[in-house]
Design a protein around this ligand. Structure first.
Ligand SMILES: [Zn+2]
Length: 137
């Protein structure tokens, strides 16, 4: 890894989708997990969560009851980051729906990235991205 800076590209393993194109993150995830189970990928290849991401998962993550597909030891944690104008370049880690709603109520284009992280083995994968819509004016 050449860069230790944290940004959207730290969260997104798949190439960026074009415009309205839809990326099926679940499909990409299943592919990675299968490759790992077949021994074509090692933990080193796929359990590479940025330290910042692991910290966010531990501090502000949303626990799930889904077990990590790689180590099958820990439950996955969902972390949401919002990127956009007047937000830090590394994004704002959002810990609650209220905070997300507050960010959505401001003008400007903002995108939310939801990433699943395993605090145990550092597996991480993008679950979804969505634009924060301006909910009220
Ligand atoms: Zn794990």
């Amino acid at each position: 890894m050449s860069s230790s800076s944290f940004g959207p590209e730290s969260l997104q393993r798949a190439p960026r989708g074009e415009g309205a194109g839809h990326i099926d993150y679940r499909l990409a995830r299943r592919h990675l997990v299968n490759e790992f189970k077949r021994g074509r990928l090692s933990r080193r290849d796929i359990c590479d969560a940025h330290p910042e991401l692991v910290r966010a998962a531990n501090n502000m993550g949303q626990a799930t009851s889904e077990v990590c597909p790689i180590c099958e030891d820990d439950d996955l944690v969902l972390v949401s980051f919002v990127f956009g104008p007047r937000l830090p370049a590394h994004g704002r880690c959002v810990g609650s729906r209220e905070e997300l709603a507050k960010l959505a109520s401001r003008s400007g284009e903002r995108v939310c990235y939801v990433v699943e992280v395993c605090p145990g083995c550092s597996w991480n994968h993008l679950v979804r991205t969505f634009a924060l819509e301006l909910t009220s004016r």
